[in-house]
Design a protein around this ligand. Structure first.
Ligand code: SF4
Ligand code: SF4
Length: 413
């Protein structure tokens, strides 16, 4: 296992981090907890020392299983990361309450790396108003958290604004060879690293889509390489090739994949890919772009849209929906990121057809017509489902409050 240093703290973190968000299933349904615990401990025994979870993963079960997985001495072998969900925060006190619950669930007295989950423009504005920076300062001061960061799914302008708005130790961005110009992208990666933030990478395999069942045309390019590697190994090596990257998170739930990733993490030094290998990755990228429904490169020249549409974000998930038909998560992510469930409202159907974006697009994409297709395919049921999910989240929060009131001990006289 190779390790990279967190610039502000000197912490040595394994370049492969364990993302505890896609735990293995039992045959009859539900999490196969014994297997999930075995897999994590195996990875730790082979050098992984960074584990990332969140209350949102497996509807809270990930933190519960992780608390048990880190018993028997495993807690002190890792740096533990979890997240504050902005959508569950209504008042400042909620932040302290949620963190207290997380410490109890994870069976620990501190979180090493604590993130604000999935920030974008609106959620950041909300958290700023609720004084999240004072909360982070206080939690660091009294030792409940060691380092503060944020994970991000918005646009590059907002990303830079957030990086500059607080003394963060780290951030977490989506990055892989198809997302160099999407969300924070390469520009954001370099910007954060220049400001001495450690950068944790999520979705290095785009939710597993750059490994597993990949298009034949892409597989042919990999098969032709003189050095044989799995598609996952190529994708991970691309990310680790960047010296600005600290940890790459992989949501592993299969023993063979864990072994493959551990092996790749033994030799993936920054700058270790040859010009020929980088050229091969470019050819794979071009092939994916050719196969995509909308040939959007994510350059963002068309942004901002006066109607609030996240044009490249909508195209990216629409493409994923078509490129990887076996994976049904693209629509779910579309609801979350563009429908206003977890992030700002920015869906394709908001388009007012002003045409401003089309003049700016170097790919000459008929953006208005394409957005209509996106809206038709991706937004069915969204206006009903989002309020229902929001109401569900609200009920869960109320339930937690009521539970707390009834579990308070009477004050001793
Ligand atoms: S045509 Fe639609 S997507 Fe393009 S800038 Fe105008 S409102 Fe935004
Ligand atoms: S300008 Fe064109 S290629 Fe660039 S992000 Fe917008 S739609 Fe995509």
């Amino acid at each position: 296992m190779l390790y990279r240093k967190v610039p502000k703290t000197g912490d040595e973190l394994s370049i492969l981090g364990f993302g505890y968000m896609r735990l293995p299933d039992k045959k009859g349904g539900g999490i196969d907890e014994d297997r999930a615990i075995r897999q994590l401990r195996y990875a730790i025994d082979h050098g992984v020392n960074y584990v990332d979870t969140a209350p949102a993963y497996h509807f809270g079960k990930s933190e519960q299983v992780l608390g048990r997985a880190l018993a028997d001495g495993y807690r002190k072998k890792v740096r533990l990361a979890t997240k504050l969900p902005p959508w569950s925060v209504r008042v400042r006190e909620d932040m302290d309450r949620i963190l207290a619950t997380q410490l109890a669930t994870l069976q620990t007295d501190h979180i090493d790396y604590y993130l604000l989950h999935s920030l974008a423009k609106e959620s950041w504005e909300k958290m700023k108003t609720l004084d999240v920076r004072a909360f982070l300062d206080a939690a660091k001061k009294d030792g409940r958290i060691r380092h503060a960061g944020f994970s991000f799914h918005g646009d590059i302008g907002t990303f830079k604004e957030i990086v500059d708005a607080y003394d963060w130790d780290f951030c977490q961005i989506q990055y892989n060879y198809l997302d160099e110009y999407n969300q924070a992208g390469t520009e954001g990666l370099e910007y954060a690293a220049k400001k001495r933030l450690a950068v944790m990478i999520m979705e290095p395999l785009r939710g597993g889509n750059l490994a597993g069942k990949i298009p034949q045309e892409v597989q042919a390019i990999w098969d032709d390489a003189p050095v044989k590697r799995s598609p996952a190994a190529w994708a991970l090596r691309f990310v680790w090739n960047h010296p600005e990257v600290t940890v790459v998170l992989s949501g592993m739930n299969d023993e063979a994949h864990i072994d493959d990733n551990l092996k790749t993490a033994e030799t993936s030094q920054p700058g270790s890919l040859t010009p020929d290998e980088l050229d091969r990755i470019s050819r794979v990228r071009e092939e994916y772009l050719r196969l995509m429904k909308v040939g959007c490169t994510g350059c963002r020249y068309c942004m901002p849209c006066p109607a609030g549409v996240d044009i490249p974000g909508c195209f990216s998930l629409y493409n994923a929906h078509h490129l990887f038909p076996h994976d049904r998560s693209a629509k779910f992510h579309y609801f979350g990121r563009h429908g206003g469930l977890l992030s700002d409202i920015s869906y394709a159907g908001l388009c007012k057809e002003c045409g401003k974006c089309e003049n700016a697009c170097p790919q000459h994409i008929p953006i208005r017509a394409s957005l209509k297709d996106v809206s038709k395919e991706m937004e069915g049921g969204m206006k009903v489902i989002i309020p229902v999910l929001k109401a569900g989240l609200w009920c869960m929060n109320q339930f937690e409050r009521i539970k707390r009131i009834f579990s308070r001990r009477p004050v001793q006289e």
